[in-house]
Design a binder for this molecule. Structure first.
Ligand code: AMP
Ligand code: ZN
Length: 465
């Protein structure tokens, strides 16, 4: 497989550390709010990367962190504990907020057919490990203690800028750290490993440490959670391009200083989803979530289809019009697969399916060219040199990677319990020939958006069109 490597800035032949095994790490979500569909674009492409590797025969061990501690992400942060902000907004504890949005994240992932990682690491479950890690860095002379915080000294790390390929000035501009410079740093890019002096006084989650009561820096969780679960070296580390200049650069600096060896062989980065104002983010513009798409009547899998028609290394502009177009194409594709399922028995002569499988494999192995892989899927549906049963088998095979839900039945509309109760009450009223009450209940049901009809098969309940 050919894969673009941010570290070497070129496409490379993918080779693993251990034969047939891939150790993969993906930066996970911060759980003080819903993920937006921009975040989920990155997770969809990472899912494709994992499933492509599995399709090619690798056994993939994938680790992901859950950022459930509300710390600063950079000096440019405006100094509020995001977990606490979420908790106050919703009248919950910070722990409830973290649990709620972790569940919400995996519910969104499941709607988008994104597979759960092999191992999930909650940032707050590794506090003792961060402390041991920082102590080791301290012993090796990579840190300094200033104004209550433990800093990593980037001048001690050779090749600090190797991932971005920028010089220190460019890096600083990319990180926009100059907004509120921390006067206690020796170098502008130095970063905090352990805070006891928070920028904000209302920090909610705190732990005891050799440096005082406080909380870990942000980058440390990815270093420690990956080292603990994948060992000192891994094959692929993934994330969005926004993480190249600061988060991933700092992950590398501290991890390689700790282990004394090269850490990650391939760095994989997904490009942004844009809205009309630029990069989609949680803090500006309309907050686009999977639930919002559903509320507007979209099937989340048509968003997956929309995303897979673009390349992960290209920016993608989102609009409801383009999603609508994608949904139309997706529905047509689904209908064709349904028709194929119904006609899989009227078989023509068997042909050669290997060439289609090879074409599909070529596309996904070409730096994950999902758009071309979908074209191969359409070619299979159109093909006149293989029979329907063979087409169906190929589509099923491609689906193990694309996961577009082409074989999922439309989910039966779930009728809420209170409507079912009303329907039962109405049946009882009819039985007692209390038609006035029965009609009154029918109106009540209608006001809640449902229709009851008497059919020969019994009562039918459906959502009002
Ligand atoms: P966060 O929860 O902000 O840490 O982001 C989770 C993941 O989504 C990270 O890998 C980010 O790089 C990525 N991400 C953030 N914004 C976007 C965007 N607009 N488009 C695509 N990926 C994004
Ligand atoms: Zn990370």
């Amino acid at each position: 497989m050919q894969l673009y490597n941010t570290l070497t800035r070129r496409e490379e032949e993918f080779k693993t550390i251990e034969p047939n095994k891939v150790r993969m790490y993906t930066c996970g979500p911060t759980v003080y709010n819903f993920a937006h569909i921009g975040n989920l674009r990155t997770y969809i492409h990472e899912d494709i990367l994992q499933k492509t590797l599995e399709y090619l025969g690798y056994d993939v061990k994938r680790v992901m962190n859950i950022t459930d501690v509300g710390h600063l992400e950079s000096d440019a942060d405006d100094g509020e504990d995001k977990m606490l902000k979420g908790a106050l907004r919703e009248n919950k504890t910070v722990w409830e907020i973290a649990d709620f949005y972790t569940q919400a994240f995996f519910s969104d992932c499941s709607k988008l057919n994104i597979k759960k990682p092999t191992i999930l690491g909650k940032a707050t479950d590794y506090i003792d490990d961060y402390i041991a890690f920082i102590k080791a860095l301290e012993n090796k002379g990579f840190t300094y203690f200033e104004n209550g915080n433990v800093y990593f000294d980037i001048s001690k790390k050779e090749d600090y800028t190797k991932l971005s390929g920028m010089n220190l000035d460019e890096l600083q501009t990319a990180a926009r750290d100059d907004v509120t410079e921390d006067i206690h740093k020796r170098n502008p890019q130095d970063f905090v490993l352990w805070f006891t002096k928070s920028k904000f006084e209302n920090q909610a989650m705190k732990w005891d440490s050799p440096w005082g009561v406080g909380y870990p820096g942000w980058h440390i969780e990815c270093s420690v959670i990956s080292l603990k679960n994948l060992g000192n070296q891994m094959d692929i580390h993934c994330g969005g391009v926004d993480h190249i200049p600061v988060h991933h650069t700092n992950e590398i600096a501290q991890t390689e200083s700790y282990t004394g060896e090269n850490w990650v062989n391939y760095w994989w980065h997904g490009e942004f989803l844009l809205d009309k104002d630029g990069k989609m983010s949680k803090s500006k513009g309309e907050f686009l979530t999977v639930s919002l798409l559903e509320k507007k009547g979209f099937n989340p899998l048509s968003y997956r289809y929309f995303v897979l028609n673009s390349h992960y290394r290209k920016q993608l502009a989102f609009s409801f019009d383009s999603l609508k177009q994608a949904e139309n194409a997706y529905n047509k594709l689904k209908n064709r697969v349904a028709a194929l399922k119904n006609s899989a028995d009227d078989n023509g002569a068997e042909g050669d399916t290997a060439k289609y499988k090879a074409l599909f494999t070529d596309c996904i192995s070409d730096d994950l060219n999902t758009a071309n892989a979908i074209t191969v899927l359409f070619d299979v549906l159109k093909a006149d040199d293989i029979n329907n049963k063979q087409k169906l088998e190929l589509v099923k095979d491609f689906e193990t990677v694309l996961s577009l839900g082409l074989f999922e039945e439309e989910k039966e509309e779930e009728i809420p319990q209170e409507i079912l109760d009303l329907v039962a009450k109405r049946q009882q009223a009819r039985k007692e020939k209390n038609f006035a009450l029965a009609d009154q209940i029918r109106d009540e049901i209608a006001n809640s958006g449902y229709v009851v009809e008497e059919t020969r098969q019994g009562v039918k309940i459906s959502k009002k069109a």
